[in-house]
Design a protein around this ligand. Structure first.
Ligand code: FES
Length: 141
């Protein structure tokens, strides 16, 4: 069962879209369920001034991506890179068991976007996702 905050972010995800002239881009996917997330960031004075995402995934993947963008916006890159899956889950008031891996997408894609900005390339943080069953109710945000 999803909590109220998860449902709010799923039904009204924040910062959906792309940034054509992004300073950093991160893309991650979860092979166990097929969900994936792409994140674009704009950076000024070492701070995330704009962030957008597109996600093809379950309600929890979309909600965690949305709340991650709210958490990252305005943070300096060091602070933003510290945003973890656990922090994202906590910001949503918890995730149902079996959906906890969904918050990895947001944390990992954000980290990749930051790395791509800093180093001009890509480096995976390498978090392992669970082998949970895919959710039936996938959509795109
Ligand atoms: S990210 Fe895999 S089911 Fe949500």
């Amino acid at each position: 069962m999803y909590g109220e905050k998860i449902i709010q972010h799923f039904l009204n995800p924040q910062n959906v879209g792309e940034i054509p002239d992004a300073d950093g881009v991160g893309v991650v996917g979860d092979p166990s369920c097929g969900d994936y997330l792409k994140v674009w960031i704009k950076v000024e004075d070492n701070r995330i001034t704009k962030i957008k995402f597109k996600c093809q995934g379950c309600p929890a993947a979309i909600a965690t991506s949305s709340v991650m963008t709210e958490m990252a916006l305005g943070k300096d890159l060091n602070e933003a890179a510290e945003i973890s899956a656990e922090m994202i889950e906590e910001a949503l008031g918890g995730l149902p068991e079996g959906k906890r891996h969904c918050s990895n997408l947001g944390a990992d894609a954000l980290y990749e976007a930051i790395i791509s900005h800093v180093f001009g390339g890509s480096a995976r943080r390498g978090s392992e996702t669970s082998n949970s069953s895919p959710d039936e109710n996938h959509r795109q945000a």
